[in-house]
Design a binder for this molecule. Sequence first.
Ligand SMILES: Nc1ncnc2c1ncn2[C@@H]1O[C@H](COP(=O)(O)OP(=O)(O)OP(=O)(O)O)[C@@H](O)[C@H]1O
Ligand SMILES: [Mg+2]
Length: 273
Amino acid sequence: MEQQWILHLKDITYTYPDGTLALDKLHVKIPKGKKTVFLGPNGSGKSTTFLHMNGLLKPQKGEIYYEGQNLSHKARKNLWKKVGIVFQDADTQLFSTNVYQEISFGPKNLGFSNEETKKRVEEAMKATNVFNLQHKPVHFLSGGEKKRVSIADILAMDTEVVLLDEPTMSLDPKHTAELMEILEKLHQKGKTLVLSTHDVNLAYSWGDYFYIMKKERVLLEGTHEDVFSQRELLEEANLEVPLILEIYQHLLERGKVKALHPPRNKEELLKYL
Ligand SMILES: Nc1ncnc2c1ncn2[C@@H]1O[C@H](COP(=O)(O)OP(=O)(O)OP(=O)(O)O)[C@@H](O)[C@H]1O
Ligand SMILES: [Mg+2]
């Protein structure tokens, strides 16, 4: 089946009010129902790209399409109903007095009944392990708890596309693993997921499609095969070859494994040994 692209950012240029050029003719397409990862060094424009994808920033040049419809202008303001975002900095996202109110804000604004909102909020709180914190003021939460509440915000809205800007940054290993399970469930429901990270190993094991960014632009894009064999370009973006792939290539060179499909995760690698 031919790949459908749910979001299409065409030649987007964006300069912040202080004169910083953040995106320069950025061209990005997001595959529908897939897991896309943005990798790239600090300041390369990942967050600015995400803010365009959910309609928070207006492109100064270029166009944004959602399901083929041009949303660069007025209709951009409705993009948040289709594209949810978990911000890199939870303090930018959270603003309600307590956790329960915070998570109910999205579904209420989407026009759901009190009953449906309550159901969604409770499910989202259970999935992210914040049920016990529901009466706690948002500003007293720890960094990781805030992050989990931001994720619950988006789960309760149940948008078609979910953008997660460095969601694992303040999570401990257990909650990172739980987040990855939540994302797997969303993927199985057919949602389109887009995540940014500096963790090349997590990206390699999780993603289907990759954008490597460097200085306002896309340096490299494509599938595992297109991207992770380009050692020099990865280094240019301050990234390393994923550890699993590195080990596999060493084993291959020493004749310890046959030239099978490169493993995507630890389990696949162990099967080859
Ligand atoms: N509100 C702002 N005002 C001025 N400049 C900004 C603002 N936000 C971002 N920038 C600048 O835009 C560029 C791109 O920033 P952006 O946050 O998109 O990068 P990033 O790839 O998400 O980086 P990181 O990995 O550190 O999160 C940087 O040079 C940054 O300094
Ligand atoms: Mg960022």
